[in-house]
Design a protein around this ligand. Structure first.
Ligand code: CUA
Length: 406
């Protein structure tokens, strides 16, 4: 999460500004500290010192005006680039190559959006993130996916308290404030012309394009760590998120995958599955079916979570679980199951699901999951209406079902 390894124009601008401020304040520190040390050594009292009191400079107009002038000058040196950076990072640029119509290779883009950059609505909840892609009609949670080298416009909102979006290597921080929409833009990696300029190259040949593409692939395609940067309650420290930066085709594939949604474990259609679920649930057998029955019923998962495709999993209080089995982490980035080479450690993933569902308050204190011991959005009960925790076997089956959502 280092801000000293910027991977895009916004983070670079912010690092430059930081370094400028470090130089200016370092200079002030050396000058003031140097004068101070000099005065302390030269004018310190020695044994048997009978030198008179040194002359006092207080009120000397030359010194007073000189110091004020120097302070103003130093502030101006910081202020001008600061204002430039504020404008630069605030106004989403209209780059031709970032217009959706010029790079998005998938389906589902309406014509009016072809001239706009990709828009992502970032919505903060205690303690997780929703990422909506309104132009593409998809929503994901806690792990956003963005294309490399393209401008992405972010709209930031909160449904409860103030959060702050911080993706250190790419950009940050902008607050998500209830009742208003903030905006910012991000870009992972340079665009083609900035990249050429930095390399001292000119022209637009297929060779240049190819080496630009390999720059993006080698240096920018990655899995980036983000964090909520504004204290927002019990589990603020556990409100993480991720950004996966991919190429244009991978992005289109990801969108298609999100849109496709999920089918029931065995039946051909949800209508068939629900016909059995409503009339003869005992005929739905196997761990995945058992897990899904718990998901819809006893464990109450569907009251708060969406699973794309499933017509009765439409809850909006919690993050969407569409393709949750493909995500590299759980509980807003707190439980990780990504291996170093970028794959999912399936055993670790199962353990994480199990732990998260079984001990949800240990993993993320104060969260709103259904519980049987107070707190949360409601009380889990058994068939007789008595408060009852999920058993290990029930947690096991729900974990397997969720793992299959990929
Ligand atoms: Cu959200 Cu801190």
């Amino acid at each position: 999460m280092s801000t000293f390894k910027p991977k895009g124009p916004i983070a670079e601008t912010q690092l430059d500004l930081f370094m400028l401020t470090v130089w200016v304040t370092g200079f002030i520190f050396l000058v003031v500290g140097g004068v101070y040390v000099y005065a302390v050594i030269k004018f310190r009292e020695r044994p048997n010192d009978d030198r008179p009191m040194p002359s006092q400079g207080h009120g000397n107009p030359l010194i007073e005006i000189g110091l004020i002038g120097a302070s103003v000058l130093l502030l101006v040196i910081i202020a001008v680039p600061t204002l430039q950076a504020i404008w630069f990072t605030h106004d989403t640029p209209d780059e031709v190559e970032s217009r959706m119509g010029n790079w998005y290779t998938g389906e589902g883009l309406v014509e009016e959006e072809a001239d706009n950059p990709l828009i992502v609505k970032v919505i903060g909840y205690q303690w997780w993130w929703a990422f909506e892609y309104p132009q593409l009609g998809i929503t994901t949670a806690n792990e956003m996916v963005i294309p490399a080298g393209k401008v992405v416009h972010l709209e930031l909102r909160s449904v409860d308290v103030i959060h702050s979006f911080w993706l250190p290597k790419i950009a940050g921080k902008v607050d998500l404030i209830p009742g208003r929409t903030n905006s910012m833009w991000i870009q992972a990696g340079d665009n083609f012309s900035v990249w050429k300029e930095k390399q001292g190259l000119e022209g637009d040949t297929s060779e240049l394009r190819a080496s630009y593409a390999s720059y993006l692939e080698d240096e920018i395609h990655d899995y980036y760590y983000g964090q909520c940067a504004e204290y927002c309650g019990d589990s603020h420290a556990r409100m993480l998120f991720r950004a996966t930066v991919v190429d244009d085709n991978e992005f289109a594939e990801w969108v298609a995958d999100e849109k496709a949604g999920h089918k029931p474990p065995q039946e051909d259609s949800w209508a068939e599955w629900y016909a059995l679920y409503d009339e003869n649930p005992d005929q739905l057998t196997g761990d995945l079916n058992e897990g899904l029955k718990l998901f819809m019923g006893r464990a109450k998962c569907a009251t708060c979570h969406v699973v794309e495709g499933n017509p009765r999993a439409l809850g909006v209080a919690g993050p969407t679980l569409t393709n949750i089995g493909s995500r590299m982490s759980l509980a807003a980035g707190w439980l990780n199951h990504r291996t170093e080479d970028g794959n999912i450690d399936v055993e670790q993933q199962y353990e994480n699901f199990f732990k998260w569902i079984k001990e949800t308050d240990v993993v993320k204190p104060g969260n709103l999951m259904w519980k049987a011991n107070g707190g949360g959005i409601g009380e889990l009960t058994d068939a007789d209406g008595e408060p009852a925790l999920l058993t290990d076997d029930e947690v096991h089956k729900i974990s397997l079902y969720l793992q299959s959502l990929k």
